[in-house]
Design a protein around this ligand. Structure first.
Ligand SMILES: Nc1ncnc2c1ncn2[C@@H]1O[C@H](COP(=O)(O)OP(=O)(O)OP(=O)(O)O)[C@@H](O)[C@H]1O
Length: 786
């Protein structure tokens, strides 16, 4: 999966998560080791963990020293105190001293213990002889003249114990060197399994030595169990602390990623021009900002908890499995191969269905949205049954796919359990043979099972996640796509930017210079060769049939789109060189689509400048003819406005939108079909007020109603993106057939002054004189229709 840009600011959180999860895995993996010690040492060895006893009687220590070389004795002696009144000596060395003594003392203790229990004379003879032979030295017993075995038999009977050995050494029958040799020979003969046998025999010696020294063995065991219990508790708490911190880090990071993403997404989308909005669609942007970001948050939590934890745990467990020499590593390999096959088969069957599922969910959403948004026409045309069936079909298909994949996935858990249980049985089966042979202890076996289970679990989690991650990555891709999409309307570079707002200010002369415009995804231009000028104090009106490009034309002024050819200037400066925010503050644009925001009437009128005075707000409302209905409301300007302005009428909504544009005192006022919902009287009064109070602004009005624009200083007639007529109302009636047609469709000939005998308009060419006659014909037709 590629690295998404929104993750870049959170590298530290990922590092912290890795450290915490690594520590947690280590603590958790230490627990089976401690448990193994509790079983092997705490229970089997009565809590005696070292072959170097803490307390020992001088007598027992001497017995051990019988089997130590002089050099070894010199090493041991300084670490034990002088005997106390009871003849007990205490170990005074450090932990490292203890470790250096443990090896050879254990061997000596094993022999001492053996002799304490009694060894047959023949066995003893064989051991001492073979050790002498091993060492290549001839037996040099002083009693060589007699058969020493017979002599010993006469002296000690059939068995010989440790006291007899002491006597033999004192008598010079056996030398100390021989005893040391026999110890080394025995150790060699025990071979690979020797360590655990020596350890267990030596521990038995230490136990009996403790008994002799009057040490409370129950206390030794409980102390050991208590200290190991505490250690276990410590590790468990440390692991829990790491888990809590990792969870905290994960939730904080995912929440921060979600917050940052929503912020970045909204910031980017607010900059988008209608072209980018059109590319994504508002519905898709909302899904990306909500559902997709939520998915990313979930994935982040999963990554910071499970995805990073599983490898730490798995690798740690593998290391421990490999460092525990049991010879059963092959069981782990077989288990992993079995799981890989099971997951592979399952994924092979379900993955195609998962992919289909995504498109089925999309289809389901699409149909649901279409039905919900089109509920009125569906009812009007009585198509409920048809739509119900259409949705049912999509829903059924999605449901059956869900059921199929879920049924397949239900096999996963039982298969996993079978593999894991079979693995446990295998380890116990083969491990029991090791325990029986004395080269494996029960606790170690238990810990081993635990490690193998951890490896299997980690492998399983990683496999499942590697299947889930690519699917979840789709959401991240969708969000990243929005972040990567730059707006096509760019603010000019600072060095090229023209700013006049704070100096002499803008006058408001807008000029279109041979403007041609083509929508980004269109093949033919929507506007062609448009040229006109709107001056302060003057009104330019634009009229034309539906879809001829009127809205497109005025949207170019606040740079919702940029011209394809030609230029638009404000006071002679190309608007592409004016700071975007400054340009838009200079223009009061009332869009065709009315849009109020949730809040109050006041917050909506003051939308362009929250700090504006109440007088300015009231004045804007007065010009927009909105005061009557605002003051009629109990709360006046504080009356609530619901989202989209659905709690006010279309006309009231339009008046508030106009007041919002007027309130910022713009130098250019653009009304895109903004008077359509006003009655004729209000329309006329509003325009009269505009003329009176906004005399220093250039006004551009797009309208469908002749009555709205007939008093404009210049009227542009648009047809199929071209200006086909321009002039005043009176001029156009005679010069522009398109205008005449529109006018006659709305007003009677008498209202248009066309029922008077044809009179050529002043300054018009001869053929224009034909127009009124044609108009009269049209009018008759219209009358006939009525
Ligand atoms: N985003 C767009 N992408 C491509 N073509 C568009 C887009 N918006 C509008 N058009 C097309 O441009 C043409 C002019 O649209 P415009 O909205 O400017 O017409 P109009 O004269 O304002 O119409 P009306 O009076 O119905 O509002 C139409 O043919 C329309 O299909």
């Amino acid at each position: 999966m590629r690295i998404f840009s929104f993750l870049k600011n959170h590298k530290l959180s990922f590092l912290i998560a890795l450290v915490l999860l690594f520590a947690q895995a280590n603590f958790e993996l230490t627990l089976p080791g401690v448990m193994s010690d509790i079983v092997d040492v705490g229970i089997s060895q009565g809590g005696i963990s070292s072959t170097v006893p803490d307390e020992i009687t001088s007598e027992d220590l001497e017995s051990v020293e019988l089997f130590l070389s002089d050099a070894e004795v010199d090493q041991v002696e300084p670490h034990f105190s002088e005997p106390d009144a009871d003849g007990v000596r205490t170990f005074t060395g450090s932990r490292s001293d203890r470790e250096s003594l443990e090896g050879f003392m254990g061997e000596a203790e094993m022999l001492a213990y053996q002799f304490m229990e009694g060894v047959s004379i023949d066995e003893f003879d064989a051991a001492t002889e073979s050790s002498a032979a091993d060492a290549g030295t001839a037996q040099q017993a002083p009693a060589a003249s007699a058969d020493p075995v017979e002599l010993m038999r006469q002296m000690f009977g059939d068995t010989i114990d440790i006291a007899d050995i002491e006597r033999l050494v004192d008598a010079g029958v056996v030398t100390k060197d021989q005893l040391v040799e026999s110890r080394e020979t025995l150790t060699r003969q025990l071979g690979d399994n020797g360590d655990s046998i020596i350890q267990s025999r030596a521990i038995e010696f230490v136990e009996s030595a403790y008994r002799d020294a009057g040490v409370d063995l129950t206390a030794v065991q409980s102390n050991y169990l208590f200290s190991q219990g505490l250690t276990m508790l410590g590790y468990a708490l440390a692991s829990a602390a790491c888990a809590i911190l990792a969870a905290l880090n994960a939730s904080r990071t995912s929440a921060a990623i979600g917050r940052d993403l929503r912020h970045q997404l909204y910031e980017r989308v607010l900059d988008y021009s209608p072209a980018e909005m059109g590319k994504f669609s508002a519905a898709s942007l909302i899904t990306r900002a909500t559902n997709d970001i939520q998915q990313i948050q979930m994935i982040t939590v999963m990554c910071l908890r499970i995805v990073l934890f599983a490898p730490c745990m798995g690798l740690g467990a593998v290391v421990r499995v490999l460092t525990t020499p049991t010879g059963m590593e092959w069981i782990l390999v077989v288990a992993i191969v079995a799981i890989a096959i099971a997951i592979g088969v399952l994924m092979g069957v379900t993955m195609p269905k998962f992919r289909i599922m995504q498109s089925l969910v999309d289809r389901n959403n699409l149909i649901a949205r279409e039905i919900l948004t089109g509920i009125m026409p569906i009812r009007a045309f009585g198509r409920q049954k048809h739509e119900e069936e259409r949705y049912d079909e999509a829903n059924r298909e999605l449901t059956s796919t869900y059921i199929f994949t879920n049924r397949c996935m239900t096999f996963l858990m039982p298969v996993m359990m079978i593999v894991m249980n079979a693995t446990t049985v295998g380890i116990v089966w083969f491990g029991a043979q090791g325990v029986d042979a004395g080269n494996l202890q029960v606790g170690t076996l238990m810990a081993y099972i635990n490690y193998v289970m951890q490896v299997i679990m980690s492998f399983m989690i990683l496999t499942m996640i590697s299947v889930m991650l690519p699917r979840a990555g789709v959401a991240a891709d969708r969000v990243q796509e929005v972040l990567d999409t730059q707006t096509s309307i760019k603010n000019p570079e600072p060095e090229a930017r023209v700013t006049r707002e704070r100096s002499e200010g803008w006058k408001g002369v807008v000029s279109y210079n041979d403007v041609t415009f083509t929508y980004p995804d269109a093949d033919v231009p929507t506007l062609e060769n448009i040229s006109f000028t709107a001056e302060p104090g003057k009104t330019v009106a634009i009229i034309g049939s539906t879809g001829c490009g009127k809205s497109t034309l005025v949207q170019l002024i606040p740079r919702l789109y940029d011209v394809t050819e030609g230029s638009i200037t404000l006071d002679g400066v190309d608007i592409r060189n004016i700071d975007l925010a400054e340009l838009r503050r200079t223009i009061g644009y009332v869009p065709q689509k009315r849009m109020l925001f949730s809040g109050t009437i006041e917050s909506n009128i003051k939308y362009g400048d929250e700090s504006m005075s109440d007088e300015d707000m009231v004045q804007a409302a007065q010009i927009a003819q909105a005061t009557e209905f605002i003051e009629g409301k109990p709360d006046g300007y504080s009356s609530p406005i619901s989202q989209g302005g659905t709690n006010v009428s279309g006309g009231q909504n339009q008046r508030l939108s106009i007041a919002r544009a007027l309130a910022i005192h713009p130098k250019v006022l653009v009304f895109d079909d903004s008077f359509s919902a006003l009655d004729y009287k209000t329309d006329a009064t509003l325009r009269a007020e505009l003329d009176r109070r906004c005399s220093d602004s250039a006004v551009i009005i797009v309208a469908q109603r002749i009555a709205t624009i007939m008093h404009a200083d210049e009227i542009l007639v648009l047809d199929d993106g071209r200006i086909v007529g321009r002039g005043t109302h009176a001029e156009l009636l005679h010069s522009c057939p398109e205008y005449l047609e529109i006018a006659k469709s709305q007003l009677s000939e008498s209202e248009l002054g066309l029922d008077e005998p044809a009179r050529p308009a002043s300054g018009q060419s001869g053929d224009e004189g034909v127009e009124p006659a044609a108009a009269a014909e049209d009018s008759t037709e219209k009358g006939g229709e009525r």
